[in-house]
Design a protein around this ligand. Structure first.
Ligand code: DC
Length: 241
């Protein structure tokens, strides 16, 4: 059966990666978490004092770009792709609040985006990929066969993020987390370079009142219909040629 590209974009903490992981497992596709890539670059910038109390040292960052290697490896135990920075497993560290507080500024830098987008296109060139982020359907893979734009109520998203952080032993107030999400959404939608926008042909998925299972079932049905149409189209094309 032919493989497709699924682009999932949307606001922070509205379940993009939960859906993407479940889809990838179900379809045996690769899952690429592009937010994890920007987060890994942020770790590099924090460790190397490129992020300073006075802002980002742009010159140092541009000069360091060739020294930053972001990659993924599939973990057969957790059954998901994990992110590595220069060969070091940073999958846990990327989820810290410190990284969350600085990632939007790093993700808004043109040279960083160019490097990440090139890598994303390379990783997705054979299709059979579920990629989530902010600009996947609008910029990275504008010809993706299925584009989803995910959203959910702010309070619900805040609670999900709080739960995720506290399950890792990081405790914050509801207001701190809500503020971080709203700030990131604002930064991501208003930045100059590839801001978060809903691609014209994206299907909106508001999961405020949906269970993970309902959501997965809904998207699998969309993909089944798409694949059926695509295979029927290919068969007719073969007969004609
Ligand atoms: O999805 P996430 O919360 O892990 O993303 C982290 C940050 O990276 C988020 O503030 C937006 C940014 N990002 C982006 O600008 N473009 C992407 N394709 C993915 C994430």
């Amino acid at each position: 059966m032919s493989k497709i590209t699924v682009a999932i974009d949307g606001y922070s903490s509205c379940g993009k990666s939960t859906l993407a992981k479940a889809l990838a497992q179900k379809l045996n596709y690769n899952y690429i978490d592009t937010g994890a890539m920007y987060r890994a670059v942020t770790i590099y910038c924090l460790r190397n004092k490129i992020i300073t109390p006075n802002g980002v040292d742009l010159l140092k960052l541009k000069n360091s770009l060739n020294d930053i290697e972001v990659s993924f490896k599939y973990n057969h135990v957790s059954k998901s792709s994990e992110v590595f920075l220069n060969g070091e497993h940073v999958d846990k560290e990327i989820r810290s609040m410190e990284v969350a507080n600085h990632v939007s500024i790093i993700a808004s830098i043109k040279e960083v985006r160019e490097k990440m987008v090139t890598l994303q296109r390379e990783m997705g060139k054979y299709k059979g990929v579920i990629m989530d982020g902010r600009d996947i359907g609008s910029f990275v893979f504008p010809n993706a066969e299925l584009k989803l734009f995910m959203t959910a109520d702010n309070a619900v998203r805040t609670q999900r993020r709080l739960d995720e952080l506290s399950s890792k032993g990081e405790y914050y107030t509801f207001e701190d987390v809500r503020h971080n999400l709203e700030k990131r959404d604002n930064d991501d939608t208003t930045r100059k370079e590839n801001p978060l926008i809903q691609a014209k042909d994206a299907i909106v998925l508001d999961n405020t009142d949906l269970t993970k299972e309902d959501q997965l079932e809904f998207v699998i049905k969309l993909i089944d219909d798409l694949l059926l149409t695509k295979d029927e189209f290919n068969q007719v094309s073969k007969k004609i040629s």
